[in-house]
Design a protein around this ligand. Structure first.
Ligand code: ADE
Ligand code: ZN
Length: 335
């Protein structure tokens, strides 16, 4: 089963590229750019990576991003993630990036986009890994700054397929970003939003009704609201669920309490993703293995999750069909 999961073709739809920055590369970039870090050993990092909730993680995550200064830094980080995709049979990935984290430090928007995009382009040509880039607005910085960020993104529309909403959730409901998302859609961007990770089901409803998003990132708290659950099933709204992240950030106490397989069995279009793999102890395959080992996920469930990942992605219909076909061929060959 472990080998089956590892080799299975899959897509990742919820990955913050800044959250793929492994300690080793973080130290290397800190040295290259002469940036002081608050830790000087892997052991200290492991100690610091014990989180009590989303905010305790975000504080460290934003601080660590300071080592990213040049186009080459963003390229190196993204290239390292693409290498993980290659090793894990992720054949398509949709990557979030947080430009405000970098612009706040005086880094040019184009520096960030060009560095990430170059590595994605190489992934496509060298390894046949397709990808899309999604800009996330930091909800704690408010809609005004989000709008300014969107204006900058318009210049790079050819490299960015959509916009999303991340960062601290509680106290920052999606409806505050109505105008930003409206303008993004008017300019042809697809939309997603983090909702129902720490926030209540009402935030999921707002993301759908006010922001008109195509997918919900996380969304696991939908289970508290039967009417919303019914709607998510009826409208086939994909949820990009991140099991290891949810346990690390105490959304669930332990993996055995996670609701992902219940959601799947109730007919929701759930997918498995790694969120911030360098911080949460694993990439996509480690998430799948944890579901198998601790929740008893079987082969049929794993295949349905992978199929959902292709059906929920932003590839063209023909490309999606090809991806699903590669999964079906793989399953047949493994029988
Ligand atoms: N930014 C990076 N990871 C995040 C998460 N899990 N929730 C909200 N914002 C994030
Ligand atoms: Zn996330």
């Amino acid at each position: 089963m472990i080998e089956f999961l590892k080799q299975m073709p899959k897509a990742e739809l919820h990955l913050h590229i800044e959250g793929s920055l492994e300690p080793e590369l973080m130290f290397r970039l800190a040295k290259r750019n002469h940036i002081p870090l608050p830790f000087d050993s892997e052991e200290q990092i492991r100690e610091a990576y014990r989180f009590s909730d989303l905010q305790s993680f975000l504080n460290i995550y934003y601080q660590s991003a300071c080592v990213l200064q040049t186009e080459e830094d963003f390229y190196d980080m993204t290239r390292a993630y693409i290498e993980h995709c290659r090793l894990q049979n992720i054949i398509h990935t949709e990557i979030f990036f947080d430009p405000q984290t970098h612009m706040d430090r005086g880094i040019d928007f184009g520096t960030v986009v060009r560095g990430i995009h170059q590595a994605l382009d190489e992934g496509r040509h060298k390894y046949n890994i397709s990808s899309h880039l999604i800009l996330c607005f930091l909800r704690h910085l408010g809609p005004g700054l989000a709008m300014k960020t969107l204006d900058q993104a318009l210049t790079y529309k050819d490299k960015i397929i959509g916009v999303g909403l991340d960062s601290s959730e509680l106290g920052f409901p999606p409806d505050q970003f109505k105008e930003v998302f409206k303008k993004a859609m008017d300019n042809g961007f697809l939309t997603v939003a983090h909702a129902g990770e720490e926030g209540p089901p009402e935030y999921i409803r707002q993301a759908l009704d006010v922001l008109k998003v195509k997918r919900i990132d996380h969304g696991v708290r939908c289970i508290e609201d039967p009417k919303l659950m019914h709607r998510l099933v009826e409208e086939e709204i994909p949820l990009t669920v991140c099991p290891l992240s949810n346990v690390k950030l105490k959304v669930f106490h332990q993996m055995r309490d996670h609701n992902i397989l219940s959601l799947l069995e109730k007919g929701l279009k759930v997918t498995v993703n790694s969120d911030d793999p360098a911080y949460f102890g694993g990439y996509l395959n480690e998430n799948l293995m944890a579901l198998h080992e601790e929740l008893g996920m079987n082969r049929d469930q794993a295949v349905r999750l992978a199929k959902n990942s292709f059906n929920a992605c932003f590839l063209e219909p023909e490309e999606k069909r090809t991806a699903v076909l590669s999964l079906e061929t793989y399953v047949k060959k493994s029988e």
